[in-house]
Design a protein around this ligand. Structure first.
Ligand code: PPS
Length: 347
């Protein structure tokens, strides 16, 4: 029996909605606050209970992140490791079909359409059902053969309370300054958000106010960090993966029980290198979204720079000061999580 979704969905106050709608052209209906833990487009309400009640399988692995924290990279790594380095399939099938994004139905705006092949796939499985309300991406997850690897940006609290006892979760965190820069570029790029303001406005009016898709950053991180010692959770840092990819692949190998040899891990590292992933053309991770016209032309690539410390190229001293004030507000989590903002030597 379905359990009632435990959080209120509250639209942001009118003046905040007006500010959001003026600068994020994709959020035509504004954003709703989900119990102070997460902000999503209004039509998330259609799916909240489905996600909360979704039963994961014992051999599922969920890649969970706040956006722009290394999700795509980790999806590629985990899929490749769990599929015995099947690079032929990796080359032929886009990552978003191999590792579906479970809540994408609640992000694609009601005025836009999911890629045709995703809708057709749904129609074949559910003749006569309306794909709009049915959850075409949720259905991609349902249709996936075992062992499934699944992407989510949802925090733990809005998924099944029993999640960590049902399957494994790889939680990836990245320092908030690089996330802010990367998210700024991504929110300009994706038409579902279509941010049209400056970086300055983005930081002052949206990020530091937590008036942002998926905000608050720190509550998401706090939920992941609190579960880091659970045997079914592996908490990774993007910066550690940049610093010593093989070491982190070793940790994944133990956690996922994939039993790969040293030379196989080297092959995974090669396959999931930044340059490899950026250049994979038609099979790149976001091929379907790109083909469906979901990306705005003239913006930075989805797989952009892939470095630590790019924030220093965007933050002026006064923006940094405001950002630090925002970090203070989110103590103790913002002090507890030991982020690196620069790394000596990137791989
Ligand atoms: S999303 O939109 O939330 O799914 O984005 P996400 O995949 O979490 O994060 C995107 C950032 O990760 C970088 N990236 C990588 N870094 C290192 N190595 C590899 N292989 C790699 N693949 C993606 C990507 O470039 C984004 O960071 P920025 O700083 O914007 O370059």
């Amino acid at each position: 029996m379905a359990v009632e979704f435990p959080f209120p969905l509250t639209p942001f106050p009118e003046e905040v909605q007006a500010k959001i709608k003026a600068k994020f052209l994709g959020f035509r209906n504004g954003l709703v606050d989900v119990g102070g833990r997460h902000a999503l487009p209004a039509h998330y309400g259609l799916f909240a209970s489905k996600y909360f009640n979704y039963k994961f399988q014992e051999d599922d692995v969920l890649v969970m992140t706040f956006p722009r924290s290394g999700t795509t990279w980790t999806q590629e790594v985990v899929w490749t490791m769990r599929n015995k380095l099947d690079l032929d399939t990796a080359a032929a099938v886009p990552l978003d079909a191999r590792v579906p994004f479970i809540e994408l139905d609640s992000i694609i705006p009601p005025h836009a359409s999911p890629p045709t092949e995703v809708v057709e796939h749904f129609r074949r499985r559910h003749p006569g059902t309306n794909p709009k309300g049915g959850g075409v991406y949720l259905d991609l997850v349902d249709a996936l053969g075992s062992p499934r690897t699944i992407k989510t940006h949802l925090p733990f609290s809005v998924l099944s309370p029993d999640l960590v006892n049902s399957c494994k979760v790889v939680y990836v965190a990245r320092n908030p300054k690089d996330v802010a820069v990367s998210f700024y570029h991504q929110q300009r790029l994706v038409k579902s958000a279509e941010y049209v303001g400056s970086f300055r406005e983005y930081i002052l009016d949206f990020w530091c106010q937590d008036h942002l898709l998926r905000a608050p950053y720190w509550s998401h991180l706090a939920e992941g960090w609190a579960r880091r010692h659970h045997p079914n959770v592996l908490f990774l840092f993007y910066e550690d993966m940049k610093e010593d990819f093989l070491r982190e692949l070793g940790r994944l190998n133990s956690f996922l029980e994939t039993g790969l040899t040293e030379s196989q891990l080297l092959a995974v590292a090669h396959h999931a290198s930044f340059s490899g992933m950026k250049s994979r053309g038609a099979t790149n991770p976001t091929a379907a979204l790109q083909e469906a016209g979901n990306f705005k032309k003239g913006e930075a690539d989805f797989i952009r720079k892939g470095i630590t410390g790019d924030w220093t190229n965007f933050f002026t001293p006064d923006l940094e000061e405001k950002f630090e004030e925002w970090m203070e507000k989110w103590q103790p989590t913002s002090r507890e999580i030991p982020f690196k903002y620069h790394i000596e030597k990137e791989m």
